[in-house]
Design a protein around this ligand. Structure first.
Ligand code: XCC
Ligand code: SF4
Length: 654
């Protein structure tokens, strides 16, 4: 089932890899062939944090060591393989949290600028969510204007980043039992920046050298991501740009158009993309495109920015992480406009092989050889127009060597936590009750979040087999990031997919509500929507009193980024079994790995697991879900449901 030798299971991707080879463009798939992963670093056995090293402490494969040999297998400073693996792991979490946090900070600054009337072109779109957040944060509403309320909210949330003492405010959203556990274990984060800085200090040469305390801090930083930086980003983006609701669109390289100016917007922070979505409809800009011989302007998304503008505007998605260079290889892209995170430097080289302009737009992210057109939110419309004009001006340079692969798939996206609430419960009594009831009665076995990246070390998109296996077994799947795109390309994100792929129980619920069996919840920062959904399930009752009681599980089967580790760790710290694929970065230390995989379950009720095979990984998750069902005493209900369905089938057959 796992096709290790194949580069991708996505036909559009395969065709463009071939075209890249013909055109002499070197793309990520090619580079991954020539650079093998370093076997020592891959398992967490290399320390490079001081100038006495780098130190490699790997035990050669298959070798047994004596206690004496083990004593000697340390770095120059005496650091053990445990310390080294834990330190590396914590640094990954810190980098991931820093990235999501810096995104959250940027949103907050823009939110404040909008509230103060300093960012024309933006306005507060979701008043209801604004007021809800005001209530949550204790901001006075009275007869104040939305902007006045927003200024207070923005200032409170901005100070979450640099807060020195106390606790992050959003921790209070978690189930009470979970909050208590965090306090008891000493992992309730203070300020977001503070925890990241402390992580860098603890992991500096000669500071924290006990993997237990290092990894405890790892949980703390990760919680500052999930219940801090990422959650702030999602909340404020929803208020500014609108909370997503179901929207139809299409995905894959086939959304590019032969006769229009193709502009791809790639990266993570959606402010520029939001404005581009509006300005690209401007008659003056469309006229300009026509004057250059194009029929119009075709905006498409890549990576998480794609998820953002798909969820809110239905703008088509060109592809996921491993397709970024391949979009250029079509020869049909006038500009690829990037901001931060997951942007391969290889884009610059690929763009050079074609007419595509690579445009960097963020002050924090420059790329050698790219055109830098810095986005200024105070002059958002002008910034966006300048970028669009640059792309349009490039249209006449498009050569003959154009091939847009003829693959695109329909999808429905836009399942925010609020939307799910509503779809299930109806406008007047929005609640998770129907979901809980269907879990309790066994039609839905449980819920799984399958998120994260692509990675050329394994077949691209192949892990969507995990998603198929889960829904086949009546597990409702929630998705974000690049894995969401894999499922969407395979046609799992339309309501009809329920009949074709889901088990009978799940299919019956999907049909009744009219939803796909796999729900697109947004970008990577929107994994916080999954935290909120899980919390809502706990609060609705009948499924225990903590997230760790729920029949749920998580996975990032094609992960590659440090952000993915941060996300995984905040799910684990919130009480969820989280299964990662590809490679596990601490296998060089059995003690550290056991601690994360086993001891964490006792401490946090959630734990890490590692499994490369998507089907086996799905069954790890299903076994965990069944274990939780049993503990809740709802395992029998499911047997009855299955029995009833079998009866009905027999009757129908007669
Ligand atoms: Fe995709 Fe978010 Fe991963 Fe990057 S990190 S590869 S999911 S775009 Ni979130
Ligand atoms: Fe080597 Fe210790 Fe320096 Fe790491 S901190 S590089 S193990 S000497």
């Amino acid at each position: 089932m796992v096709e290790k030798e194949k580069k991708s299971i996505d036909q559009a991707t395969i065709e463009m890899i071939e075209k890249a080879a013909q055109d002499g463009a070197r793309v990520v798939f090619k580079r991954a062939e020539t650079i093998r992963p370093c076997p020592i670093g891959a398992i967490g056995n290399c320390c490079s944090i001081c100038n006495m090293g780098p130190c490699r402490v790997m035990l050669p494969k298959g070798k047994k060591e004596t206690a004496e040999e083990r004593r000697k297998r340390v770095g120059v400073c005496g650091a053990t393989p445990e310390t080294i693996a834990a330190r590396n792991f914590v640094r990954m979490i810190a980098a991931g949290t820093a990235s999501h946090g810096d995104h959250g900070r940027e949103v907050t600054n823009i939110f404040l600028a909008v509230a103060k009337g300093e960012a024309p072109g933006y306005e507060i779109k979701d008043e209801q969510k604004l007021l809800q957040l005001a209530l949550d944060l204790g901001v006075k509403i009275g007869d104040r204007s939305n902007n006045e309320i927003a200024v207070d909210i923005g200032e409170i949330l901005l100070s979450e980043f640099g807060k020195q003492e106390g606790e992050l405010l959003f921790l209070k959203r978690a189930p009470l039992k979970r909050q208590e556990l965090w306090r008891q274990l000493g992992v309730a984060p203070r300020g977001i920046d503070r925890e990241v800085v402390e992580a860098m200090h603890r992991t500096h040469m000669g500071t924290d050298q006990d993997y237990h305390s290092l990894l405890r801090h790892g949980v703390k930083i990760a919680l500052a991501d999930g219940w801090g930086g990422s959650m702030i980003a999602t909340e404020l983006q929803d208020i500014l740009f609108g909370t997503p609701s179901p929207v139809a669109s299409q995905i894959n390289l086939g959304v590019l158009k032969e006769d229009e100016v193709n502009i791809i917007i790639h990266g993570h922070e959606p402010y520029l993309a939001e404005i581009l979505a509006v300005v690209s409809q401007d008659p003056e800009i469309i006229e300009y495109a026509k004057s250059k011989g194009a029929k119009g302007i075709n905006l498409g998304g890549m990576c998480c920015t794609a998820n953002e503008i798909l969820m809110r505007h239905g703008i088509p998605t060109v592809g996921n992480f491993l397709q970024q260079e391949l979009a250029i290889v079509t020869g049909a892209v006038e500009a690829i406009v990037v901001d931060v995170q997951c942007i391969m430097q290889g884009l610059a080289d690929t763009a050079n092989c074609y007419h595509t302009k690579l445009i960097t737009t963020d002050r924090r992210a420059h790329i050698e050889g790219a055109t830098h057109m810095e986005f200024d939110e105070h002059k958002a419309i002008e910034s966006a127009k300048a970028i669009l004009r640059a792309a349009i001006d490039n249209f006449p340079n498009r050569g003959e060597n154009v091939r847009i692969p003829d693959y695109k798939t329909d999808l429905i996206a836009g399942f925010s936590h609020e939307t799910i609430n509503y779809l299930l419960g109806g406008v007047f009594r929005a609640s998770y009750r129907p979901l809980n009831d269907n879990i309790i009665n066994g039609r839905i076995r449980g819920v799984a979040g399958v998120v994260g990246c692509n990675n050329p070390r394994i077949t691209h998109d192949v892990q969507l087999e995990m998603v198929k296996e889960l829904i086949k077994n009546d597990v409702l799947v929630l998705q974000t990031g690049c894995m969401a795109m894999a499922s969407a390309k395979a046609g799992l994100m339309v309501p009809e997919a329920a009949v074709e792929y889901a088990g009978e129980g799940l299919a019956s619920v999907c049909e009744a509500v009219g939803i796909p069996p796999v729900l697109h919840m947004g970008a990577c920062i929107d994994n916080t929507r999954i935290l909120m959904a899980a919390t809502a399930m706990v609060k609705d009752g009948g499924l225990g009193d903590d997230i760790s009681d729920l029949p749920v599980a998580g996975a990032a089967p094609e992960w590659m980024s440090e952000k993915a580790i941060a996300i995984g760790q905040y799910f684990v710290g919130s009480g969820v079994l989280t299964v990662f694929g590809v490679n596990w970065p601490t296998v060089g230390s059995k003690k550290v790995t056991d601690f994360l995989f086993k001891d964490f379950e006792e401490m946090y009720g959630g734990m890490w697991a590692f499994e490369i095979d998507p089907i086996k990984a799905a069954h790890l998750m299903i076994a965990h879900i069944d274990k939780k069902r049993k503990a809740l005493g709802i395992d029998k209900a499911r047997e009855r449901v299955l029995y009833d369905m079998a009866m009905r089938r027999e009757l129908e057959a007669v």
